[in-house]
Design a protein around this ligand. Structure first.
Ligand code: ZN
Length: 207
């Protein structure tokens, strides 16, 4: 199946309106979690308070896959928080007409998680899970909307989200994961699909 990916910028409401106008089949906003407690560390996905069954199932599948991949637990209600943290996050995806999830796969404030976030290998694993979740839940292909959390807002152009322990920002690292996932779904989609059973990329696989 063929996918196109478009990155949406501007304030969150505007991004969602553009994705609606473009007829996206799915919409993903990527964040990393953060806490004052450095031990906090779980995978969770926020869905809108009006989320469809597909959004919830997709979010749960993604959170479970991340938890299994990194050996951590899922947060929320079996991996999802419907309507966000007391409403925080809800409006980032509430206005989409297509299934939408807001990812909080790892904690930028947790030293072990930050090591994964800051490594190319860790981001590759996150991107692969995201791309696989999209292929699984949207097998018909189509246009997928990506949104980098915090970055590119017209109202707060300097926002980059939480600092990542050891250096860098939540938004810049989220953007790298989304870029990689976009490559997997689009330009490199053929080779990724072909390579799964071939030896050429086996060194990139982590089981
Ligand atoms: Zn964030």
């Amino acid at each position: 199946m063929s996918y196109q990916v478009r990155f949406y910028k501007g304030d969150y409401r505007e991004r969602q309106a553009q994705a609606n106008a473009d007829g996206c089949v799915a919409y993903v906003e990527h964040h990393f979690n953060s806490s004052a407690n450095p031990d906090a560390g779980y995978a969770v996905v926020i869905t809108g308070s009006n989320a469809s069954r597909t959004s919830k199932a997709w979010g749960r599948w993604y959170a479970r896959a991340v938890a299994d991949e990194f050996g951590i637990r899922t947060g929320g209600d079996d991996g999802i928080m419907v309507g966000g943290y007391g409403g925080r996050g809800d409006s980032n995806i509430y206005y989409t007409r297509m299934p939408a999830i807001l990812l909080e796969p790892l904690f930028a404030s947790n030293p072990q998680h930050a090591e994964w976030i800051r490594s190319e290998d860790g981001r590759e694993r996150l991107a692969r899970i995201l791309a696989e979740s999209i292929r699984r839940f949207f097998p018909g292909g189509g246009l997928v909307g990506f949104s980098v959390g915090h970055k590119y807002k017209t109202s707060r152009p300097d926002d980059r989200g939480a600092p990542v322990y050891g250096g860098g920002t939540e938004a810049d690292h989220a953007e790298m994961v989304l870029q990689r996932a976009a490559d997997m779904l689009t330009g490199d989609a053929q080779s990724v699909a072909t390579d799964e059973s071939g030896p050429s990329t086996s060194e990139h696989h982590h089981h």
